[in-house]
Design a binder for this molecule. Structure first.
Ligand code: ACO
Length: 447
């Protein structure tokens, strides 16, 4: 199996004491708890690992998604993303992520029926939605409404009950597009559109987004399929920021609606769900192909980054970006070509030949072309993270389910390295030694 590395042990010598320890290695990792025994004295707490942002710490064992960033590989449950994007639907991919295997025809039909029959929301959600200001960001609305779902389904608290878990999974995958479309229509002042269960999952979402006065909404099949593939490409990405949030909040034993609301909250941040919007803004700012060389020069000189390029994990072409680039051409055939696409193509061409980007292994990531597609389809920029959330929902739920069933897991509670003051006594206000504060502290205390 590709994910399992060699096992064995480490011999660690603590140069502070001269003592030697044997630390087991399993699956290419050691347990940081095994380092706790390494102490300089009996009252020493023991050695901790320091790893802000978890750059080199595995927080779980997982059998869901495999990434090899150096080789540009992404697989869900062993299946290459390229094959899923070519042959599967989003709902089938969601089944795969959650259940671990691709469904047969009968199982897929039951699964699709079950998801489609959970697309309606309780009527009180409409009142809840109406409480948001007219200009509320749709992603802020998602954080609130997904969290609010937990109050509608108190049975979801029974997280150790498998039947209950399965029901909440179906409800969440079914209702997320409905909430997403409602958040958009609320911001536009349009009446909400009820789900149409005769349409496909992405087709129904497009209907709830864009249906106006027509009796029946017929989605453009090219755009419908493009959206489905984009959802597939976003469906999981192992322990990213929002998935880690879902697992960490879920580790407290809370219901999945609340845990998924935490995932939405993480995705709201510009460093996670907002990069494709930043790409569009960058392309608009560049304005024309002629200005691309000048822009690249300014990036190399350190004034800003080439948005949609580079990735913490991929040090090769992001496999999702290749697929998305192809979809972009298909979508533009339908919607008419955007001049922003030509700017993007020129940026990519120049960057991929430039030593600055080559030497740093900076390639287009998933966000480089996805925003262009969403924009061409008519989605406003602030809906981009919401679209990401719809795609990511099966990933969050499969990771949450795996976490709940993992007997190794405990409530997420990292340690810290305390570097603050030693114990000191409280003083009455008139005798606090202000003049003894250093400049930095005075600055912090300034009102
Ligand atoms: N444009 C120009 N230079 C870049 C870029 C970029 N997009 N990304 C990285 N670099 C340079 C850095 O300046 C640094 O150069 P240096 O060694 O001379 O200092 C070097 O490449 C390494 O950069 P890091 O920030 O250390 O790389 P890291 O892996 O931490 O960052 C990240 C990854 C945050 C994605 C970064 O590449 C970036 O900011 N990209 C643009 C934003 C973006 O597209 N984000 C979406 C990511 S995909 C997602 O989250 C869904």
């Amino acid at each position: 199996m590709t994910t399992v590395n060699s096992s064995g042990s480490l011999t660690v010598t603590d140069n502070r004491t001269g003592k030697t320890y044997d630390i087991p290695v399993e699956n290419g990792a050691f347990k940081t708890m095994d380092f706790r025994q390494i102490k300089v004295s009996d009252d020493d707490f023991g050695l901790l690992g320091y790893d802000p942002g978890f750059l080199n710490t595995a927080s779980c064992k997982s059998a869901i998604t495999y990434i090899d960033g150096d080789r540009g590989i992404l697989r869900y449950r062993g299946y290459p993303i390229e094959q899923l994007a070519l042959h599967s639907t989003f709902l089938e991919t969601a089944y795969l992520l959650i259940k671990g295997e691709l469904p047969d025809k009968e199982r897929l039909a039951v699964w699709s029926y079950n998801i489609h029959h959970h697309t309606m929301t309780h009527a009180n959600i409409v009142k809840f939605m109406d409480g948001f200001r007219y200009d509320a960001h749709p992603m802020g609305i998602m954080v609130g409404t997904v969290g609010a779902l937990s109050t509608f389904y108190p049975d979801a608290k029974d997280i150790m009950n498998e039947d209950s878990r399965k029901l909440q999974v179906r409800r969440l995958i079914g209702k997320i597009p409905t909430l997403a479309a409602m958040s958009f229509r609320h911001s536009m002042g349009f009446p909400y559109v009820l789900p149409d269960n005769d349409l496909s999952y992405p087709g129904n979402f497009l209907s709830m987004m864009f249906k106006m006065t027509e009796q029946n909404y017929s989605p453009n099949p090219v755009l419908e399929r493009a959206l489905d593939v984009l959802f597939i490409l976003h469906a999981d990405h192992e322990q990213n920021c929002s998935t880690n949030a879902v697992r960490a909040v879920g580790s407290s034993g809370v219901d999945p609606y609340t845990a998924v609301a935490a995932g939405c909250a993480a995705l709201y941040g510009p460093k996670h769900g907002g990069a494709n919007e930043a790409v569009i803004r960058m392309l608009m700012e560049i304005g024309s192909i002629e200005k691309v060389p000048e822009f690249i020069k300014s990036v190399k000189a350190g004034s800003g980054r080439l948005m949609g390029f580079g990735h913490r994990v991929y040090k090769n072409y992001d496999p999702r970006a290749k697929i998305i680039k192809k979809i972009a051409f298909e979508v533009f055939e339908e919607t008419g070509r955007s001049p922003l696409l030509d700017i993007a193509l020129e940026l990519e061409r120049i960057a991929l030949e430039d030593d600055y980007f080559i030497s740093r292994k900076l390639y287009p990531n998933v966000d480089f072309y996805s925003g262009l597609i969403y924009k061409a389809m008519g989605f406003p920029l602030d809906m981009f993270p919401v679209l990401f959330a719809i795609g990511r929902i099966p990933g969050w739920l499969s990771q949450w389910t795996e976490h709940v069933q993992d007997s190794d897991q405990k409530i997420a509670r990292p340690r810290q390295l305390y570097l603050g003051e030693e114990a000191r006594d409280w003083m009455p206000i008139e005798s606090r030694p202000r003049n003894r504060m250093d400049e930095k502290k005075l600055d912090i205390c300034r009102l």
